[in-house]
Design a protein around this ligand. Sequence first.
Ligand SMILES: C[S@@+](CC[C@H](N)C(=O)[O-])C[C@H]1O[C@@H](n2cnc3c(N)ncnc32)[C@H](O)[C@@H]1O
Length: 218
Amino acid sequence: MEPEFWHERWAKNEIGFHLKDVNPFLLKHWSALQSSSSDSVFVPLCGKSVDLIWLSKQCASVVGIELNQQAVEAFFSEHHLNPEITQSEHLTLYQAGNITLYCGDIFKLEKRAVENCSLIYDRASLVAFPSEMRRLYSAKLDELFNTPHKRLLIAFDYDQQLMNGPPFAVSPEEVDTLFGQDKQITHLETASVLEQNKRFKERGITALLEHVFIVEKR
Ligand SMILES: C[S@@+](CC[C@H](N)C(=O)[O-])C[C@H]1O[C@@H](n2cnc3c(N)ncnc32)[C@H](O)[C@@H]1O
């Protein structure tokens, strides 16, 4: 999607993807990553997710990136955090406690920003991109993480003929194609979630799944 699409969503507060509570799949499956409190986690396309706060209590540090400045600033103000702000060429860095959020395009993020991270938490991020962009996004994450790491991936899946994304549908087969070459994929769960996501019913779909995976590079 073009940046304007997302800026408009935030400006109009059309952010149905934002959850007021910590994501239930994160709570249920985090332990499967077998992480330790000295690990740091990268959260691509983080929005103003409350998951960042939860993760900051499990991990040594949290590094996120989000395109929209209003979202980044709302995150800090809603959690009564007062970040230090540093401007660089392409990105603005906001830092409070052990949470660092970059504001800008993930495709501009440099490897050194995530060099301490060995975990990735992807919820509604891969599915935010249309098909060709998902390939580029996955290649960008490979560029940022060429060392061993583990990713908790939560992806929507539905009949793409019935609704336009975002969120776009991502099947287990696509996860295999995107990551299966050099990573081990563990499919943890598939849940039927249309009832909890009624806004998608109005957009025409009759079934909605959410898949949870661990994608690990050893
Ligand atoms: C579907 S939302 C998911 C947000 C978050 N992961 C959550 O669970 O609430 C996708 C987010 O990615 C941001 N985004 C889209 N394209 C981006 C890009 N190229 N770089 C950084 N952020 C981007 C959007 O502004 C939006 O907030």
